[in-house]
Design a protein around this ligand. Structure first.
Ligand code: SF4
Ligand code: SF4
Length: 320
């Protein structure tokens, strides 16, 4: 039996919605098949008021062993570092978060806000939001760079806006069933099993990428979304075309560019007008190239690809 507590900071509840839609395994499977005891969750918890405060205090003191603490949403520090803008159970949420993180065996941050600060931490960041161990790309965040949970692991980051339902439940199950040691983390503390490959891995538009045939509008059934529509699939680490959404599809399969939501900089360019869904170029060359490709290589490759493109690549083709 593993006790799990889930709290929300500066959040839209998107990751909770995602979690409740999980299928492999589902939120119910966590309880019935994997022995997870959900102490409290913002959408599922039954305790209120004094009862909830007592439960939280018991988790902090160790009277209730806290195996897994899941945090969704940013840590809100405003105004002036007090955290009073986000009060919960009688005190600033950030004070609960600090104490619960220190009491927990494992801490899992779900979604961009909890991992990197996300949309709330966009400049000028009036809520003084930050992630548990990162503020965007900067290592440190609310808990500090060298913080470790009682298990000796840093915060396990499962980013995404929201994170895919099965990324959430599969990591929680791995931790709860004693397989945390098998989880290898990357430089942003993301489990490599999900975040080593790119969104482009498994995209059905890869042939169009290779022949530099571009989609020019959302939902088009042919073409790659990189050249005109700002797709970040070649430089975003996530398995969205390996572990499909709703077991059916992905953004790029449906003709919608990847916005890079699992990377610390998301949302890119602070959503300035003209920067979203549009490939930023200089002299016709994208400012950001696929990971590992240099400008000279890109020009050589795309020049040859364009000349080699077969006629079928320009036809309306069902790529979902
Ligand atoms: S649509 Fe995006 S992910 Fe798919 S091949 Fe093109 S750039 Fe890659
Ligand atoms: S396709 Fe891109 S923007 Fe969409 S969920 Fe995956 S990583 Fe995020």
């Amino acid at each position: 039996m593993a006790n799990l507590l889930w709290l929300q900071g500066g959040a839209c509840s998107g990751n909770t919605m995602s979690f409740l839609n999980a299928e492999e395994p589902s939120a119910c499977d966590l309880v019935t098949d994997f022995g997870i005891n959900v102490l409290w969750h913002p959408s599922l918890g039954v305790e209120l008021g004094d009862n909830l405060q007592k439960m939280l205090r018991d988790c902090v003191s160790g009277a209730i062993p806290l195996d897994i603490f899941v945090f969704e949403g940013s840590v809100v520090n405003a105004p002036s570092g007090t955290g009073e803008w986000n009060r919960f159970a009688g005190r600033p949420m950030k004070d609960w978060v600090k104490e619960l993180c220190n009491a927990a065996k494992f801490v899992v941050a779900i979604g961009d806000c909890a991992t990197y600060g996300g949309i709330p931490a966009m400049a000028p960041n009036p809520s003084q939001s930050e992630g548990l161990q990162f503020l965007k790309r900067a290592h440190g965040g609310f808990l500090g760079k060298s913080w470790m949970s009682k298990s000796g692991l840093p915060v396990i980051n499962v980013p995404g806006c929201p994170a895919h339902p099965d990324w959430i439940t599969q990591i929680v199950v791995a931790v709860a069933t004693g397989r945390a040691g098998d989880i290898s983390l990357d430089e942003f503390q993301r489990p490599k099993t999900f975040f080593q490959s790119f969104v482009q891995t498994g995209c059905t538009r890869n042939m169009h990428f290779a022949y530099k045939v571009s989609a020019t509008a959302f939902g088009q059934r042919k073409g790659c979304l990189f050249y005109d529509l700002g797709c970040r699939g070649p430089m975003t680490h996530a398995p969205c075309n390996r572990i499909l959404w709703n077991r059916q599809s992905s953004k790029t399969r449906a003709g919608m560019p990847c916005m890079g939501c699992t990377e610390p900089e998301f949302p890119f360019f602070d959503l300035m007008p003209g920067t979203v869904f549009k490939t930023q170029t200089v002299m016709g060359v994208p400012k950001e190239l696929p990971a590992g490709v240099d400008k000279r290589g890109y020009i050589a490759l795309t020049g040859a690809a364009k000349n080699a493109a077969p006629r079928w690549a320009e036809e309306d083709m069902f790529v979902v």
